[in-house]
Write a protein that binds this ligand. Sequence first.
Ligand code: PAF
Length: 287
Amino acid sequence: MTSHLASTHAELLAARGASSPVAVVMTMGALHEGHATLIREARAVVGRSGFVIVTNFVNPTQFGAGEDFDRYPRTLDRDLEVSELAGADVMFAPSVEEMYGTDRLDLLGDQVMVDPGSLGDILDGLSRPGHFKGMLTIVGKFLHLTAPDYAFFGEKDYQQLALITSMVKSLRFPVSVIGVPTVREDDGLAMSSRNRYLSAQERKVAALVPRAIHVAAEVAAQDGARAGERAGIALLADHPEISLDYLVVTNPELGEAVPGEGRVLIAVRLGTTRLIDNIACRVGGKS
Ligand code: PAF
C-alpha cells in the first residue's frame, strides 16, 4: 500500500510524471463515503489516463484554540485503502514542516496567509475566527503544489466551497473547482469525519439537524426566508442538548435571501461536537 503514498512534494511529482489531466481531492483524512464519492467523481472526470491526487493533512492553522486539532482522527492506513479503492492514484500526506517550512506550530500564525475577505466574516467565520484564513491558505498551498486541472470539494462545507471558488477567481489559479453534493447517512445526517465524536444518544439526536433544514426549506418555499428560519429553529427548540449556532436562509451566494433560489445553512453544537449542514431551497413570496 505504501506505493500509493507520497510524503513530500518531490515524491508527489515523481508519482505524477507527465499524467494529464490531474484532479485533486483535498481532505484532512479520516476518510468516509463522502470522500470516496469525491474521489470517484474525480476519477470519472479525468478518465483512466488522468491522475487523481488525494491530499491528507490535518491543517493546524484552520483550528482555533480549544478546538479539536489534537483529537482529530488520524487513520492513515485505512485512508490509503479507501482512497485506492475509490480510484485515487496517490495520497499526498505531507508533514507540517513540508507544508509550512517549520514544525513549530506556535510560529505558523506569523506566516503569509490568505485573507478570506468579507465572505469569511459571516456564519462559520464568526464562530470560528481564523478558520477560513487557515483553510484558504492550505488549499492555496495544495493547489500550488499539486497544480491540478480540477479540484473537487463537498457541498457539505458550503461556505468553504464558496470561499475556495472566490479565492481561485481572485488569485487566478488555473483550476476548475467542482462542488459535489453531500453524502448522507440513512437518517439524513451529512457524513462527516467528526460524526465519530458523537455518543450513541447524540448520534440519534443529530438526525434533527437535517430535518430542521428540510422543514426550513419547505416553509421558506411557501412563506419566505424568515418564516423558514423560524420553522427550522422551532423544530430544535424542544432539544436543549442541541445548541444552535445559526440556522439561516440566504441566497446561493450567502447574501440576503430574495425570492428565487436560496440556501438553508445550519451549525449546531451537540456535546463537544460541532455539526454543519446545508441544502438548496426555493424562497417564496414575502421574504
Ligand atoms: O474540508 C476539509 O477537509 C478541509 O477544510 C480542507 C479543504 C481539506 C483544507 O484543510
